[in-house]
Design a protein around this ligand. Structure first.
Ligand SMILES: [Zn+2]
Length: 276
């Protein structure tokens, strides 16, 4: 009777014993009993078999899960890699576009004979800058309008050794013979940096589109606060839009339009301004 009662206790303990959850004292008690009891030994053997089968099934499931997971990870890595490659290609394309524009611009900036006209709009203000440039000589007129009324006109003139600065304001003329003229020299403008690395750095923070502007096929370089239209053919500025920001200094968009002509300026275009 006592044996039978012990058997019940031992068999109750066996599941935990298999999973190593029993303490040493209990283990000793179980093992002692097992040496003498074939019935319990049989029960243990069966339990162990079952336990092993269960375990291997669970292992299989785990392996399957891990395989599936690592497959997903591989796919994720592949997608990430592809995205990085695509991004690098986009940045590379931008860099290449800007670099080739800057190379074209450099060539066109070498011209010493050019005519340039700039319209700069901001709200009700308009500034028209017109320049004729031939060799070392030039005639530049900067006219300011507010609400369509001309309020100021500045003329810069340089021919040979003669230099003049004529300012017209409120019906009066001020003439200065000056050796160091500031602002008279307007050269063809571009917005792209000179050099590959400078453009590469730039390429991370801008976007590039194509668009027609002022009759030119352009690339549009878009930053957070500006849009710059650059002539695909010449690399020179066609239009710049400086967008309104919350800063008090700029409450309305500024738009500048550029027009250029090369090798059309003659000596007669650089006329000495009327002094009276
Ligand atoms: Zn027993």
């Amino acid at each position: 009777m006592k044996e039978k009662r012990n058997c019940k206790i031992v068999q109750d303990l066996l599941p935990n014993y298999i999973e190593n959850l029993t303490n040493e004292e209990t283990n000793m008690y179980i093992e002692e009993h097992l040496q003498e009891c074939t019935e319990c030994k049989k029960v243990l053997e069966n339990m162990q078999k079952e336990f092993n089968v269960k375990n291997s099934k669970r292992d299989e499931r785990e392996v399957k899960y891990i395989k599936k997971f690592s497959h997903k990870m591989k796919l994720l890595k592949l997608i990430l890699f592809a995205l990085v490659i695509i991004y690098m290609m986009v940045v590379g394309r931008r860099t290449f576009i800007m670099f080739s524009l800057s190379e074209k611009a450099k060539e066109n900036q070498l011209y010493h004979n050019y005519y340039a006209k700039l319209y700069s709009y901001q709200g009700d203000k308009l500034i028209i800058t017109e320049t004729h440039h031939e060799g070392e000589d030039y005639l530049t007129k900067v006219t300011r309008f507010v609400n369509g009324n001309q309020i100021q006109k500045i003329t810069y003139y340089k021919k040979g050794t003669e230099q003049l600065l004529v300012t017209e304001r409120e019906g009066k003329k001020y003439v200065q013979n000056t050796e160091t003229m500031v602002g008279g020299y307007v050269s063809p403008r571009t917005y792209v940096s000179d050099g590959f690395l400078a453009n590469l750095q730039y390429a991370f923070v801008i976007g590039i589109d194509s668009a027609y502007c002022n009759g030119k096929e352009c690339y549009v370089i878009k930053g957070t606060s500006y849009e710059r239209y650059v002539d695909k053919e010449t690399g020179l500025a066609v239009r710049e839009i400086e967008k309104t920001n919350k800063d008090i200094t700029r409450q309305t968009d500024t738009v500048v339009d550029y027009y250029y002509q090369f090798n059309t300026v003659t000596d007669q275009d650089i006329v000495k301004p009327d002094m009276v």
